[in-house]
Design a protein around this ligand. Structure first.
Ligand code: MLC
Ligand code: AMP
Length: 499
């Protein structure tokens, strides 16, 4: 049997009676019990007709069986495709059409609607949720071992969709090697061991919660306190029994906002990791003042897994994302010419290594635009590197808003607004927000005579886009600010609406 990821992350735990998942209902699954459950789920996948290389779409609550489904997908040689649970039916149509999955696993309560969608694509539907999920029920009667399907380092293990600055979402193809190499680098660098207990409060449909947090824990044999979602009260109660927390900056500002969060409470904690969005230097400093811990900030992307990290030993500098991970090369280039720039100059962050994805699913042109022939990927982030290689992100060349660690592409919202009858044009932009880092505002110009209100715009957007993408403010304006070339000046809008 050779299955790159299964052999490294899962197989070593056969017979391991140490705790792996501790769930909200108080249940604890040992590593061994988890592997048996994953094998049962793998049988369900095979029975559903899943063949090696088939995509499994997963839009499901965060349960131990959801994690078992991820392991089962790897074991059965399938391609795991998780989707944000906030996505609307309108958004799902595209993903299902593009990925043509063999199987869709959804929340019990969405079964009817998803089954309707699945019909058109000849996909099976199974459900997760409580004790009534059909996938869980079917798994209960299956054998507790499963013959692992062979998969090599370059075979795909996952397909994660990431929105584009233009057009539709792109599926980032991630191989066994991409995921494993990154898990090894991070586990080594952050010194994660089987003595660790991770508070896992991130969603498991993005790189951060699914791969950074889970793959490193699996590799090290750490214990994972699997929380269904971020809950401040639960985190405060878990901190005294834990060693590790991985989160987006919002986690840390929310913790700091609570007077109970103190040095005593985190006495057993070893490491706090932040990523997915910029951590404000003031949060970094306030955190150190309150707890004595310096948050370790790292930087990554769906397409590349993690790219850089502040050191575990050594200076964790606020406002920087640290050094390229071992086995990963980073360079700063001139965005126009692609030429490497000297240290101290601002340019495009490019990255190459085993962590970098295989390209975009069925989009060779987009792949060619962003992944150079020499293997360097253009991140769309602007940065600067010090003489000793430390990277600081200073901006983005892509039009992107990051809210609470979720990426929001203004173009997608503008397209929905511009399609509304009576709308002439729109500009969507982000302004600083104390909780989410950035929040979304839409400035809309109506056609002469149109009588649309902000409420009308909101109602339409709500039917089409996930809640986290909704503008928190709609401004009907007579015109958008433009430069001499006619390009909309979002920086001017940001300044005008910043509070
Ligand atoms: C929730 N809401 C959001 C939001 N999250 N709105 C904007 N941005 C977000 N991120 C909405 C809810 O639907 C709700 O709407 C309202 O905001 C208040 O909800 P809340 O209860 O305060 O929020 P909560 O559910 O606690 O969620 C906040 C959060 C969550 C920060 C915990 O967003 C989260 O888990 N973010 C992590 C994202 C993540 O994992 N990113 C990694 C991407 S990978 P209403 O109106 O219904 O009340 C990546 C690569 C890398 O970027 O480097 O890691
Ligand atoms: P995603 O496409 O969801 O994987 O988001 C990746 C993007 O998140 C990156 O291109 C960065 O713009 C941003 N990002 C991730 N980590 C950090 C960080 N530590 N600081 C600033 N931005 C970050």
């Amino acid at each position: 049997m050779t299955n790159t990821l299964y052999e490294a992350l899962f197989a070593p735990h056969v017979g391991n009676s140490a705790a792996f998942l501790q769930c909200d209902d108080g249940r604890t699954l040992s590593y061994d019990a988890f592997l048996k459950r994953a094998a049962q789920v793998a049988h369900v996948l095979s029975d559903a007709g899943v063949q090696p290389g088939d995509r499994i779409v997963v839009q499901a609550p965060k349960l131990s069986d959801t994690i078992a489904l991820y392991a089962a997908s790897v074991q059965a040689g399938a391609v795991y495709l998780p989707l944000n649970t906030a996505y609307t039916q309108a958004e799902l149509v595209y993903f299902i059409g593009d990925a043509s999955p063999r199987l869709i696993v959804c929340d019990v309560q969405d079964e009817a609607a998803i089954s309707e969608l699945a019909k058109a694509h000849d996909a099976r539907v199974l459900t997760l949720g409580g004790t009534t999920g059909s996938l869980s029920l079917a798994a209960n009667d299956k054998p507790e071992n499963y013959e692992t399907v062979d998969r090599g380092p370059d075979d795909l293990a996952a397909l994660l969709y990431t929105s584009g600055t233009t057009g539709r979402s792109k599926g980032a193809m991630l191989s066994h090697k991409n995921l494993l190499s990154n898990a090894i680098s991070l586990t080594d660098l952050w010194e994660i061991t089987d003595g660790d207990r991770l508070i896992h409060a991130l969603p498991v449909f993005h790189t951060h919660g699914l791969f950074v947090a889970l793959n490193t824990s699996l590799l090290a044999g750490a214990e994972v306190r699997l929380m269904a979602a971020f809950d401040l009260e639960v985190i405060l109660s878990e901190l005294p029994h834990s060693t590790l927390l991985m989160g987006v900056p919002t986690f840390y500002t929310r913790l700091l906002g609570d007077a109970r969060f103190s040095q005593d409470l985190v006495a057993s904690m070893r490491l706090f990791v932040s990523g997915s969005a910029p951590l404000l230097a003031e949060t970094h400093r306030e955190f150190e003042d309150r707890t004595g811990h310096r948050i370790l900030e790292r930087y990554g992307m769906t397409e590349t897994n993690m790219i850089t990290s502040n050191p575990y030993h050594g200076d964790r500098l606020a406002g920087t994302v640290g050094y390229a991970l071992p086995g990963t090369e980073v360079k700063i280039t001139n965005p126009e010419s692609g030429e490497a720039l000297p240290s101290g100059d601002i340019g495009m962050i490019e990255v190459r290594g085993d962590n970098v994805f295989q390209g975009y699913w069925k989009m060779p042109d987009k792949t060619a635009e962003e992944l150079r022939d020499n293997g360097f990927f253009l991140t769309g982030d602007l940065g600067v590197q010090s003489a000793d290689g430390r990277v600081s992100i200073v901006g983005r060349s892509k039009d992107l808003i990051i809210s609470g660690g979720f990426n929001i592409y203004p173009k997608e919202i503008e397209d929905v607004l511009n399609d509304i009858e009576g709308v002439n044009e729109s500009a969507v932009f982000g302004v600083p927000h104390p909780d989410f880092g950035e929040s979304v505002i839409a400035a809309v110009v109506l056609l002469p005579g149109a009588a649309l209100t902000a409420e009308d715009l909101k109602t339409t957007v709500e039917t089409q886009l996930a809640r986290f993408k909704h503008p928190r403010q709609y401004e009907i304006v007579s015109e958008l600010p433009r430069n001499t070339m006619g390009k909309v000046q979002k920086n001017v809008l940001r300044q005008d609406y910043e509070t």
